[in-house]
Design a binder for this molecule. Structure first.
Ligand code: HEC
Ligand code: HEC
Length: 395
């Protein structure tokens, strides 16, 4: 038995070594997922365009998809001073390019909250903990990692359909705010307004804590903070325009960034399964009656008609009492954006930290403002439970 284990271990090790060698040699030659000839999935399907595109728009979309997939290298300015990945696709890849990522692709954040007593303080250099650090160039301000005493994992969300979220008028989202809980249902919910400079405040729609107004801002922020790539214009406060790696700035050519943002804006929302089974219909009814739909609002109006992301894009406290986590301006620890539920069955794991493996785990991880809904789910018999899950799997 022992011999067998060793054998398995040895062959596993060989497999790992081979995998490493392949990865390394493929890296040198590029290991992108797509090229100019990769078929474009049909309009409205996973990984395909959201709308029918003209020939010229389709060219831009295809170019943008390649930029999203592009492996940046040291001589492109990758990774100064620290980084988490070498392409957008290295994290956003499942179930299709532009989608989400597994637990191994989480991003970590840290800070100091005085052992939970508060106040929360950012460490010099900010909240993002990076997986990789270049040793060949002077780094950013050093911090003493021992001063970090609070940590938070962030799961890589799917980007499919985000362009439609940009098309929801601000007023449509603000309509669902209830920051004082005037209707007394135990659910609050407020919009997070972001300062984009010059005294202008815009609605934050993206990120687990609604920290970013639009996809161009997020793309710049991710280019600089996840890849270490400088951008041409950071006037709205997202990304940075210079670094010290000696590569000509901006490292992200504006035209490439524009193509990538066009691609993201026109990436189809996950298609609904649209089952007509009685189980799914029952689940849909229960979803509303126990209060899931109060936050996961089924339908919002966009400028292109009604869309169904199953979110209100507001911040709620759904964390357990005493939760310690990251704080940002107008977004205290434990407050998160109602996560959209379209395509949810294909983007496990769940919740901001990715700690919920199944949809049932995700529901049971809701607390505080969502405690009543969770308790109602908990009180369900097996048939109602199965119905609610079947409904979520249909989205
Ligand atoms: C190391 C993994 C990683 C890489 C590389 C990465 N992302 Fe992300 N992405 C994440 C995580 C984690 C989040 C959630 C961040 C948060 O809110 O804390 C995210 C969130 C996003 C969002 C907002 C999603 C939403 O639902 O609101 C967009 C848009 C996005 N990323 C685009 C990009 C682009 C464009 C690139 C390349 C320039 C990129 N990302 C590179 C991990 C990654
Ligand atoms: C008070 C508002 C609120 C209510 C009520 C609520 N949710 Fe949520 N839901 C959230 C927030 C906020 C998150 C993200 C929390 C986090 O990441 O920590 C979330 C996350 C989720 C997720 C995980 C999504 C992902 O991408 O990881 C699922 C699944 C979910 N909710 C389903 C439900 C169901 C089913 C119900 C009813 C039993 C429900 N929720 C009730 C606000 C709510």
């Amino acid at each position: 038995m022992k011999g067998k284990t060793t054998l398995i271990a040895a062959s596993a090790l060989t497999a790992v070594l081979i995998a490493t060698i392949i990865t390394t040699s493929e890296k040198a030659g590029g290991m992108e997922f797509v090229n100019a000839n990769t078929p474009v999935p049909a309009v409205g399907t996973e990984g395909g365009p959201a709308f029918p595109l003209s020939a010229q728009e389709l060219d831009t979309w295809i170019r943008g998809r390649r930029v999203f997939d592009r492996d940046f290298h040291l001589d492109d300015g990758l990774g100064l001073p620290e980084f988490n990945g070498d392409s957008c696709r290295s994290c956003h890849q499942a179930p299709a390019i532009g989608g989400g990522g597994g637990l191994d692709l989480n991003v970590s954040r840290f800070g100091n909250d005085n052992g939970g007593a508060g106040p929360f303080n950012n460490l010099p250099g900010g909240q993002l903990a990076h997986r990789f650090r270049r040793v060949d160039v002077p780094g950013r301000e050093e911090y003493d990692p021992m001063t970090a005493d609070v940590f938070e994992q962030r799961q890589t969300p799917s980007l499919l359909g985000l362009g439609l979220i940009e098309l929801i008028p601000e007023a449509e989202i603000l309509m669902n705010e209830d920051p004082m809980d005037l209707n007394g249902d135990g659910v609050f919910g407020y919009a997070r307004m972001i300062d984009v400079g010059g005294g202008v405040m815009e609605l934050g729609r993206f990120g687990w804590k609604c920290g970013v107004p639009n996809l161009e801002d997020f793309s710049k922020d991710a280019a600089s903070n996840e890849l270490g790539i400088t951008v041409a214009d950071a006037a709205r406060g997202f990304g940075f325009t210079t670094d010290a790696d000696g590569i000509t700035d901006p490292e992200f050519v504006q035209g490439d960034l524009d193509d990538m943002v066009f691609y993201l804006r026109n990436l189809a929302a996950p298609p609904r399964m649209a089952s007509t089974s009685a189980l799914v219909a029952l689940g849909e009814m229960l979803f509303t009656t126990i209060g899931c739909a109060t936050c996961h609002v089924p339908t919002l109006q966009s400028t292109m008609g009604p869309i169904s992301p199953y979110s209100n894009f507001l911040l709620h406290n759904t964390s357990p009492p005493g939760f310690r986590g990251m704080e940002e301006t107008n977004a205290p620890a434990g407050f998160y954006r109602t996560a959209p539920l379209w395509g949810i069955s294909r983007t496990a794991p769940y919740m901001h930290d990715g700690l919920a493996e199944t949809l049932e785990d995700a529901i049971l991880a809701h607390d505080t403002e969502a405690l009543a809904a969770r308790n109602a789910f908990n009180a369900f018999g097996g048939a109602d439970r199965a119905a609610l899950i079947a409904f979520l799997e249909d989205l």
